[in-house]
Design a protein. Structure first.
Length: 256
């Protein structure tokens, strides 16, 4: 299963300290900022706090958060942290929320998202499930955060994300850029979820973190045009986003 996309990115997604780090840390920062005159806060959230779906659908900053699955702990924690930010805004604090999508870029030494591409490289066939994400180059995400600080409107959210791609499209693009010819096989989400459920209950080892399956088997498609209009930023397409990461992985000796 090592070729499944998204399984390298969430090693601490169900950490017992997750809520305290995300929500408690946000609360402490907002309380401190409220004591500082004319202080601006940029809260770096995530696109998965916008919304996700079982079938492809594009969400924007005004979309209702409808996710109820308790397994999506990180999405829920970030969503609650955003609520803290909006409460602070209503009390007079300057707060802007930015929602980066799945960030790719060179020098990802911890293989946070580059690990997905490494998995693709070493798997044959490459196994994927039905899901998808928006991808953004790390430099574009950074430029969006700076622009939000300089030009963002208080109390607003800005999605920092480029092209939406399915996991299968992401795998196919990687293989093309890397010059590899592995076969791609899509496993039904029901099979993947059932396999994960069974393995975790009987103690069978899995070649991936089971906590990411609720994320990998959903679509996190979003529209980043508001950030382009209001912040004056632009986002590369998926090919331009992934290519520098693939080249770095090759130079660093990570690819098969």
């Amino acid at each position: 299963m090592s070729g499944l996309a998204g399984l390298s990115s969430w090693s601490d997604i169900n950490s017992p300290a997750l809520a305290e780090v995300v929500e408690g840390g946000t609360r402490h920062i907002l309380e401190a900022a409220a004591e500082l005159p004319s202080h601006r806060v940029i809260f770096v959230s995530t696109a998965i706090a916008i919304n996700g779906s079982d079938k492809p659908r594009v969400f924007d900053e005004n979309s209702e958060f409808t996710l109820r699955d308790p397994k999506l702990k990180y999405a829920h924690a970030k969503h609650r942290a955003e609520a803290l930010c909006m409460s602070a805004f209503q009390k007079g604090l300057f707060v802007v929320i930015v929602n980066p999508t799945e960030v790719y870029g060179p020098s990802d030494e911890a293989l946070i998202t580059a690990g997905n591409l490494v998995d693709f490289s070493h798997a044959n066939p490459v196994l994927v499930c039905n899901g998808g994400t928006s991808v953004v180059h790390v430099d574009d995400a950074a430029a969006g955060i700076v622009a939000a600080l300089e030009r963002g409107r208080s109390g607003e959210r800005y999605i920092l994300g480029g092209e939406n791609v399915t996991i299968r499209q992401l795998a196919a693009l990687y293989l093309q850029l890397a010059g590899q010819h592995s076969r791609i096989v899509t496993l039904p989400n029901a099979v993947m979820r059932a396999l994960t459920w069974f393995a975790t209950r009987v103690g069978l080892p899995l070649p991936f973190n089971p906590d990411v399956i609720p994320y990998a088997t959903r679509y996190w498609f979003v529209d980043g045009s508001k950030a382009e209009r209001e912040l004056g930023v632009s986002f590369r397409d998926a090919r331009e986003t992934l290519l520098p990461t693939v080249e770095w992985l090759r130079q660093a000796g990570y690819l098969a």
